[in-house]
Design a protein around this ligand. Structure first.
Ligand code: SF4
Ligand code: SF4
Length: 308
């Protein structure tokens, strides 16, 4: 059944894109999910009663906020973003100057999406493949091909959870032999599901992992940096709270503000960070950093302007 068009969202989309320093944002639209992957920290915390996803914010409020901030790239993730009521209406209502990326488990019906949303608007899609969940692999591949043939740039993402990591050669072949890009995320052990990888397992995984996840194997540079997060990039939570990156949220560092507040302001300068070696992949490739060789350098650093 086609999703009912949400006129409220479309009408409120009139706010035009402002000129801001914001180049990119990673947006955890919701932490609700229809899957229960064993390696998911949200699932693990929910099972222990430590975490309850926030209620959905009305789509019209998100449209107002993002069209006001106008990032060049808006990377929508979750949880499962498709669970947001009126998700496709909301995508349509975003200013066309905002280029959208979506990460999804692809469990929802994609037929309406491909008919209403252009690949020019959604320039990238990451489809997370979770063998422990209920979708038949062939059907998942069928969804990948539907999107690909409609012109969407897609990547399949796969987590090296110990119970599925040895499937890597088969799974990689299944997607790549069909022309679908394949990306591997090493399982980042949580406090709830610890797992110490044997050297043999690490060596096996290393073969499949790109440079963007090299920090997982250790031996990284811990030099502090000045980071453009908060000025050119935001990480936004399901209630609108905005941080320089998800690391700041996890480490309980101050937020930049809440983007649903119409008085929200981006930082006007790059800021110090001693955690660059733990920089989360989804934010790391979007921020700019400058290494600080000494504390004096930080004190003398001029606020850096960003050329639009
Ligand atoms: S699909 Fe993603 S958000 Fe949902 S349970 Fe699995 S890992 Fe977590
Ligand atoms: S962890 Fe990375 S993205 Fe986050 S503030 Fe530090 S350098 Fe910036």
């Amino acid at each position: 059944m086609m999703e009912t068009r949400n006129d409220e969202v479309v009408r409120d989309a009139g706010t035009s894109c402002a000129e801001t320093t914001l180049k990119s944002a990673v947006w955890f639209l919701t932490f609700n999910c229809n899957y229960r992957c064993p390696y998911c920290w949200e699932v693990q915390r929910m099972e222990r009663g430590e975490f309850k996803p926030e209620p959905y914010v009305d789509s019209a409020r998100w449209v107002e906020a993002w069209n006001r901030l106008c990032p060049d790239v808006l990377d929508i993730s979750g949880g499962e973003p498709w669970l947001q009521p009126g998700f496709i209406d909301m995508l349509e209502a975003f200013d066309d100057r905002i280029r959208i990326a979506i990460t999804t488990n692809a469990s929802h019906d994609l037929t309406e999406f491909v008919q209403r949303i252009s690949p020019e608007k959604v320039f990238s899609m990451t489809l997370s493949y979770h063998p422990s969940q209920r979708m038949n692999p062939e059907f998942f591949l069928g969804k990948c091909l539907l999107l690909k043939k409609r012109g969407f740039h897609i990547t399949v993402n796969f987590v090296t959870w110990p119970e599925q990591m040895w499937l890597l050669p088969r799974v990689k072949k299944m997607f790549e032999s069909n022309g679908v890009r394949f990306h591997v995320d090493p399982y980042a052990a949580t406090p709830y599901k610890k797992y110490e990888f044997f050297q043999r397992e690490m060596d096996f995984i290393r073969y499949y992992v790109g440079d963007d996840r090299a920090h997982w194997f250790g031996g990284v540079d811990t030099t502090p940096v000045l980071c453009s997060g908060g000025m050119t990039h935001l990480n936004v939570q399901p209630n609108g709270d905005a941080f320089r990156c998800i690391n700041d949220k996890i480490l309980d560092k101050p937020m930049v503000g809440n983007i649903l507040d119409e008085n929200f302001r981006l930082n006007d300068r790059w800021t110090h960070c001693a955690e660059f070696h733990r920089c989360p992949g989804c934010d790391k490739d979007k921020v700019q950093v400058r290494k600080l060789e000494s504390p004096e350098q930080e004190k003398t650093s001029e606020p850096l302007s960003y050329t639009l």
